[in-house]
Design a protein around this ligand. Sequence first.
Ligand code: SF4
Length: 82
Amino acid sequence: MAITPLSWTDDAACRDSEGALFYPADSAERKEERLERELIAKRICASCAVREDCLEAALARHESYGIWGGLNEFERRGLLRT
Ligand code: SF4
């Protein structure tokens, strides 16, 4: 089965960013490190033209980790519960 690329990813503000900003480098990441990393990633998301598409896609597939659409996994789970 062929994998269809998502068209909105062409306009993603994070295209040239380090993936490590959007995902924890390892499970031993301290809370302060996580908050700082996520803050930087969320700033990139805040200026992203496809933020809503990204968030919708992450919610639809119950993305378990990382920053998508400006929200981390806990914030996305909160949205799905409402
Ligand atoms: S909203 Fe954030 S994670 Fe999603 S494409 Fe834009 S910059 Fe990347």
